[in-house]
Design a protein. Structure first.
Length: 177
């Protein structure tokens, strides 16, 4: 790009109130750790490498347009490895920011952090997909992030979940929403 780069463009788009509903997918040859994190911080909802197959690119556009986030598998591995390597061992104490979340919202956040879709969250928590989507939207608002990608970063950076960890399965089919 002659007058900047994709990160600068993403930040400009994400900070423009008239473009609040615009979603950004970074499509790049760069899989550098800093570029990935800077793209997410700039407001990108997706990060794909240029060898992504056309069908996967179309699916990614649909996923991001629907309000979800998406990272290429190789990017996800790099991101998780970097978060795991750069963060101190988490304590069992959660940050005060989580105090604004209900117990159910914390459960949903943990599942988002493991990469679960709204349908998968609904199935695991025995709620409807629409209820799962509502929880996700409320968490995004309460945590002050743009999308699910921001929630994944929060979940890992806070120690709410760790790479490779899976939340404990629910034991009851009748959990309150």
């Amino acid at each position: 790009m002659p007058q900047g780069d994709g990160i600068t463009a993403a930040a400009a788009i994400a900070s423009d109130p008239s473009l609040a509903h615009t979603r950004i997918i970074m499509l790049t040859t760069f899989e550098l750790d800093d570029y990935i994190l800077d793209s997410i911080r700039a407001g990108a909802s997706g990060f794909l490498v240029k060898d992504t197959e056309p069908e996967e690119l179309i699916a990614a556009v649909r996923i991001v347009a629907a309000g979800d986030s998406l990272l290429s598998p190789s990017v996800t591995r790099k991101l998780l490895a970097q978060v795991a390597a750069t963060k101190p061992v988490p304590t069992s104490r959660q940050p005060a920011a989580f105090d604004v979340l209900t117990e159910r919202e914390r459960e949903v956040l943990m599942l988002i952090g493991t990469g679960k879709s709204n349908s998968e969250i609904a199935e695991e928590l025995f709620i409807t997909p629409l209820t799962a989507k509502t929880h996700v939207s409320r968490i995004i608002g309460k945590m002050g992030v743009r999308d699910r990608t921001g929630l994944v970063v929060i979940a890992y950076e806070s120690g709410l979940i760790t790479p490779g960890a899976q939340p404990a399965p629910q034991t009851s089919r009748r959990n309150p929403d």
